[in-house]
Design a protein around this ligand. Structure first.
Ligand code: FES
Ligand SMILES: [Fe+2]
Length: 403
């Protein structure tokens, strides 16, 4: 793997560190180059809690689902007690994938190559025929030392997070700023809404763009809203400044990479349309009055509105592509009620429409990264403080590789 010195010049790093008015972004090759991507996967993505799935991938005890995250094959497992676990999806003996497809309600997991059996906690239970006998009763499984290798995993707001790096911070540490910010809201009441088929509605969208562009677009790039989104453009509150050039939102710009904005609910209603869905409630039982868009570095975002909340996360699959997963949450009294299906559909559709519009512009930006005409971008200090924080944070993480 190349070193950071080979990937970014001193001049480029100094330009990122300059005061915002004169600073530059990461150069364009950092969004298209395979060597840079390999480096940032290791130092800027794996060394963070990464959202990899919604709980709907493994809703019930005994459910398993193989996935790939940052190129690592992983196995999601809901154990007998209902706890989510994640393992490297590889048998320690001959190296097959432990599971090649999702399965429901298992008691044990059987490897496809030699039929080795693992418990839902990853423990090797049977190594059939290992000593030449079918039951292999005398095999000392402990001495084989072939349990599945666990990956640190957390489940919060119906999202599964993993830590794939070598110096784990706790999930609470990384998520402290957003937890603090949303502490008044009763997040426990929110559930992924059921769709037409009575199943939780989760959408996946392919985006041919770099993960940094997707992360930057969602909340840090407030400026784009009035131009990219028809429904925001129609709102009198767009583009979120009043006639005196005051922002009608409060910026969240935490150096940990917790970036976003909050604004009055009344504005939110005019952006997304009214519904008869139950309100998102605070812990004291009052309705939530503050819409919050919270991006948590590097790939998770939640939007808490008056009558719904959305969560999206983007899993990169290379420097120029990845998949975004989106779910819309409602108060538990409205998440499955058949009478509110149309309202849920209206809400989810508005969210997906905005996502698709954003994703198309991220793809356009990605194509433009191939132009040698502009080597890096600059910032507008009025709009782009969050973007500036993000670029500097990524450079911090990359520089940690140098000790
Ligand atoms: S290597 Fe997987 S069952 Fe043997
Ligand atoms: Fe957008």
């Amino acid at each position: 793997m190349k070193s950071l010195k080979e990937l970014l010049t001193k001049e480029e790093r100094d330009a990122i560190r300059a005061p915002i008015a004169t600073a530059r972004t990461l150069p364009r090759r950092c969004f298209i180059d395979a060597d840079f991507y390999a480096f940032e996967v290791r130092h800027a993505l794996a060394e963070s809690w990464l959202a990899v799935a919604f709980r709907t991938s493994i809703p019930e005890p005994g459910d398993i689902a193989p996935i790939t995250a940052l190129g690592y094959p992983l196995l999601l497992v809901r154990d007998g007690e209902g706890r989510a676990r994640v393992f490297h999806n590889v048998c320690p003996y001959d190296g097959c994938e432990v599971a090649t497809s999702a399965k429901r309600a298992l008691k044990t997991i059987t490897g496809p190559y030699h039929g080795w059996k693992y418990g839902l906690d990853g423990k090797l239970l049977e190594a059939n025929y290992w000593d030449g006998t079918p039951a292999a009763a005398d095999v000392d499984l402990e001495s084989l030392n072939a349990d599945l290798i666990a990956v640190p995993c957390e489940e919060w707001m119906s999202t599964l997070f993993v830590y794939l790096g070598s110096t784990p911070v706790t999930f609470e540490e990384q998520y402290a700023p957003v937890l603090k910010h949303l502490e008044l809201v009763d997040l426990e009441r929110l559930e992924i809404g059921l769709g037409e088929d009575d199943r939780p509605q989760v959408n996946s969208l392919t985006i041919a763009s770099n993960w940094k562009t997707v992360y930057e677009n969602y909340a840090p790039n407030v400026y784009h809203e009035a131009f990219v989104h028809e429904m925001y453009r129609k709102s009198p509150h767009s583009p979120r400044v009043d006639e005196n050039r005051n922002k009608t939102y409060t910026e969240i710009n935490d150096p940990s990479g917790y970036l976003g904005l909050c604004y009055d609910n009344a504005i939110g209603a005019s952006l997304y349309g009214e519904t008869s869905l139950p309100r998102v409630l605070n812990k004291d039982g009052t309705p939530n009055r503050v819409n919050t868009i919270s991006n948590v570095y590097p790939n998770w975002v939640t939007t808490v509105l008056g009558d719904a909340a959305r969560i999206a996360f983007f899993l990169p699959e290379g420097p120029e592509t990845g998949t975004q997963w989106v779910a819309t949450f409602f108060d538990r009294d409205g998440a499955s009620d058949p009478a509110l299906l149309d309202d849920r559909k209206q809400s989810a559709k508005a969210g997906i429409k905005a996502r698709v519009e954003d994703n198309r512009i991220c793809e356009s930006i990605q194509r433009a990264r191939h132009s040698p005409g502009v080597e890096s971008q600059f910032y507008n200090p009025f709009w782009d403080a969050m973007h500036y924080t993000m670029t500097n944070l990524i450079l911090d993480k990359l520089e940690r590789s140098e000790g």
